[in-house]
Design a protein around this ligand. Structure first.
Ligand code: S3P
Length: 448
């Protein structure tokens, strides 16, 4: 028995200009806020990945009219509230989808049963259920607060919630529930996390008050009883997706790749700063305003990289980028030390463990810590790593893409399993990469 996989092989330079797919975080929020609002929301540049399509289907199940008008162009007719879904809401692989939708649904007097794929059913939901419970929502879940679970909302009371972990998903769930809570909701975040919910709530006409606190935390207040109005959303390119072709260019000799229209929100773009500190020739041009955020074109040229200490205080602003940073680090001279990244263990997979295992399978020296990862790069910058690994992804799209990028510059080809999961966040990844000159082919893999 063989299974479908993908193999990446070292070839010539990567060259060209591409557009990153729409940002996943903003795409989910545009559909959810559009469904909660009254009136029409027109979205352009929506990421048509599996995760976001699940959220679109969920919003239809809650009573919104959701229509695809063309590539990335969607219209949502919100009902100004949610009605009770007739069936289970299956969020697939999407932690963002399920957690934000739980927050939104908690504000309404209805019961919803949520589930997801095997990865999502293994992920912690208590981090969202705890504050929603303090606000008055009730639920019944599998042990450990795992999906499937049924949530009953409505009649919520106010909360002042200090985030125990840096999580934009938890923050967002509480803020969305707060819109319908008596007295609203306050979230205090000791470490700033991506602020798309706050920005987009304002674009949908809501009042959101953000203030720094004496201890350096941010206090975010959403008054209760607020109605949202439909608006236009222009979804920028996803920096988390742009990272893959850009790092591929940095590690592949002779390459020059530009990704256009990439979101540069400072709470998302910290990977670019870190790569520049590693000596990457990464240049950002044509910086402009789009949809209330800054976007720009990012050009990467093959570079001699050196290992760095990735500052832990930057972790939240690049939490999804550590697998691909680890690949860049494998080609850098000297160790790259990544600490304060315990949250990586509760993503679509345990990304610390799988990145460490994938790199080790490709001959890269790596040390795993409970909340950290140290990658011992090559002795000389640009010395190719051995490669040759068959990487187990546990269905994690970013683990798959990161190791395929490694294979493009390694001595021996690298294979990944479950390649279909790449479409959760980056449909068209293989086509984009091969269009730039990458050698990525379907492969039959023997069982691991
Ligand atoms: C996301 C927040 C992050 C991130 C995820 C998307 C969001 O998760 O890892 O891919 O859109 O709010 P946490 O907020 O749980 O850290």
């Amino acid at each position: 028995m063989t299974a479908a996989g993908l193999t990446a092989t070292r070839g010539g330079p990567l060259r060209g200009r591409v557009r990153a797919p729409g940002d996943k975080s903003i795409s989910h929020r545009s559909l959810i806020l559009g469904a909660m609002a009254s009136g029409t929301t027109e979205i352009t540049g929506l990421l048509e990945g599996e995760d976001v399509k699940r959220t679109a289907a969920a919003m239809a199940a809650f009573g919104a009219r959701v229509e695809r008008l063309g590539a990335g162009r969607w219209r949502v007719e919100g009902q100004g509230g949610f009605s009770e879904p007739l069936d289970v809401i299956d969020c697939g692989n999407a932690g963002t989808g399920v957690r934000l939708i739980m927050g939104a649904a908690a504000g309404f007097d209805l019961s919803t049963t949520f589930t997801g794929d095997a990865s999502l059913r293994g992920r912690p939901m208590n981090r969202v259920l705890k504050p929603l419970g303090e606000m008055g929502a009730t639920w019944i879940a599998r042990s450990g607060g795992r999906l499937p679970l049924t949530l009953r909302g409505g009649n919520l009371k106010t909360i002042a919630y200090r985030l125990p972990e840096p999580s934009a998903q938890v923050k967002s769930a509480v803020l969305l529930a707060g819109l319908h809570a008596k007295g609203g909701a306050v979230v205090i975040e000791p470490e700033a996390t991506r602020d798309h919910t706050e920005r987009m709530l304002r674009a949908f006409g809501a009042q959101v008050e953000i203030a720094p606190m004496d201890d350096g935390a941010r206090r975010i207040f959403v008054p209760g009883g607020q109605a949202l109005s439909g608006t236009q959303v222009v979804v920028p390119g996803d920096p988390s997706s742009a990272a893959f072709p850009l790092v591929a260019a940095l590690i592949t000799p002779g390459s020059e790749v530009t990704v256009e229209g990439v979101l540069l929100n400072p709470l998302r773009a910290a990977l670019f700063t870190t790569l520049q500190e590693m000596g990457a020739d990464l240049v950002i041009t044509n910086v402009r305003e789009a949809g209330g955020d800054q976007v720009g074109d990012v050009t990467a040229r093959h570079s001699a990289l050196r290992g760095v200490v990735a500052p832990p205080e930057r972790a939240a602003a690049m939490i999804d980028e550590y697998p691909i940073l680890a690949i860049a680090a494998a080609f850098a001279e000297g160790p790259t030390i990544m600490r304060g990244i315990g949250e990586m263990r509760v993503k679509e997979s345990d990304r610390i463990a799988l990145t460490a295992a994938g790199l080790a399978a490709c001959g890269v020296g790596v040390e795993e810590e409970p909340e950290g990862l140290i990658v011992n790069g090559t002795v000389r910058a640009n010395h190719p790593v051995a490669g040759g690994g068959r990487v187990t992804t546990h269905g994690d799209h970013r683990i798959a893409m990161a190791h395929l990028v490694l294979g493009l510059a390694a001595e021996a080809p690298v294979s990944v399993d479950e390649p279909g999961m790449i479409a959760t966040s980056f449909p068209g990844f293989v086509e984009m990469m091969t269009g730039l000159g990458a050698q990525i082919q379907p492969a039959d893999l023997a069982p691991a």
